[in-house]
Design a protein around this ligand. Sequence first.
Ligand code: NAG
Ligand code: NAG
Ligand code: NAG
Ligand code: NAG
Ligand code: NAG
Ligand code: NAG
Ligand code: NAG
Length: 334
Amino acid sequence: MMKLSVLTILSLMSILSQPPLSHSIRCNPQDKQVLLKIKQAFNNAYHFASWNPDTDCCYWYIVKCDRKTNRIIDLNVITANISGPIPDAVADLPFLESLTFHKIANLTGTLPRALTKLTHLKSLTISWTNISGPIPSYVSQFKNLTSLDLSFNDLSGPIPASLAQLRGLTGLMLDRNKLTGSIPESFGELPASLQYLDLSHNQLSGSIPKGWGGLNFTTLQLQRNRIEGDASALFGRNKSIQNADLSRNMLEFDLSKVEFPDSLRYLDLNHNRIFGALPAGLAGDTLTFLNVSYNRLCGRIPAGGVLQQMDYSSYFHNKCLCGAPLPDCKSSLQ
Ligand SMILES: *[C@@H]1O[C@H](CO)[C@@H](O)[C@H](O)[C@H]1NC(C)=O
Ligand SMILES: *[C@@H]1O[C@H](CO)[C@@H](O)[C@H](O)[C@H]1NC(C)=O
Ligand SMILES: *[C@@H]1O[C@H](CO)[C@@H](O)[C@H](O)[C@H]1NC(C)=O
Ligand SMILES: *[C@@H]1O[C@H](CO)[C@@H](O)[C@H](O)[C@H]1NC(C)=O
Ligand SMILES: *[C@@H]1O[C@H](CO)[C@@H](O)[C@H](O)[C@H]1NC(C)=O
Ligand SMILES: *[C@@H]1O[C@H](CO)[C@@H](O)[C@H](O)[C@H]1NC(C)=O
Ligand SMILES: *[C@@H]1O[C@H](CO)[C@@H](O)[C@H](O)[C@H]1NC(C)=O
């Protein structure tokens, strides 16, 4: 009697603690085989400990299955102690919509061509790794991509002009690599959906694409490159730019005539060759940060908005800027 009830309880417990019965296993067997190949390619690293072949892969860590089709749609490898190149097997998850490798110092090699098989990809993030080589032009084959983040790697060579063919992009982050050459002219026709563009901390040269006058970025980060010429087309009364960091380039234009939109919150222009005076429009209510130091500006700092609240270091090392927070203007010149 006693024995029986203990057994009953035990068997009940084992039924309750079992993974879903075989007929309710969601995991697609092909996807499971591919995931196990990926795990193996990374030497069965601890990061993949939950990828136990005896369990339903839809319940494994760092992957996600689609609710209806049960195919793997998301692979998200972050701060993992794994090493080696991105395995080609990743490209055999044919329904993948989001692929992330982030903060993996020992991830090396180039971007595998096999990835082009991932036609459903909406988001591709390979950042803070030691991936090297060029940005392959085939990245433009991911027609449904809305976000491409290849920042903080060891990528070199030019930015492929074909990236402008990604018509659904809302964010493009290629910052902190060793990219060279100029921003492709094709970037003058980036999709209107593109809100966030970060090309900062590279070795880009040449001028700003002509078409950028017609685009509406919300955030544009170009700092620490060697970009030259006129950037005034980025601004204008009817633009929607909110954050612009163009610092540490070789930009050279007259700031006096630039009209800044009300949307502008953050403007960093330090270390360029910008001349003229600060326009009165900068003294509006919406700007919260300005740095125009290390340029060739002259004249009185307009009064109002945040301009007098900024530290003097926002203005120092110019030709002859004056007035608060810098010393008074001396002569009638200003
Ligand atoms: C990277 O690899 C080196 C040796 O190859 C190892 O000592 C180190 O722990 C690894 N670092 C990470 C964060 O995986
Ligand atoms: C990474 O894993 C290797 C073994 O694969 C180990 O020797 C090393 O200590 C680990 N590094 C860190 C930072 O955990
Ligand atoms: C690339 O590897 C070097 C050492 O091999 C390491 O110092 C650096 O942090 C790595 N880069 C990234 C972005 O993890
Ligand atoms: C691309 O996105 C559209 C709209 O969301 C969708 O209808 C189409 O099936 C997607 N194509 C692929 C290959 O995923
Ligand atoms: C507003 O922007 C469009 C292009 O997006 C431009 O053609 C037009 O001249 C601009 N209007 C003003 C008043 O700046
Ligand atoms: C930029 O925004 C302005 C005002 O919202 C709009 O008139 C213009 O058509 C937009 N341009 C693009 C390329 O979306
Ligand atoms: C402005 O930029 C200069 C040069 O990078 C820097 O020294 C200064 O601290 C910055 N000032 C502010 C307020 O950010």
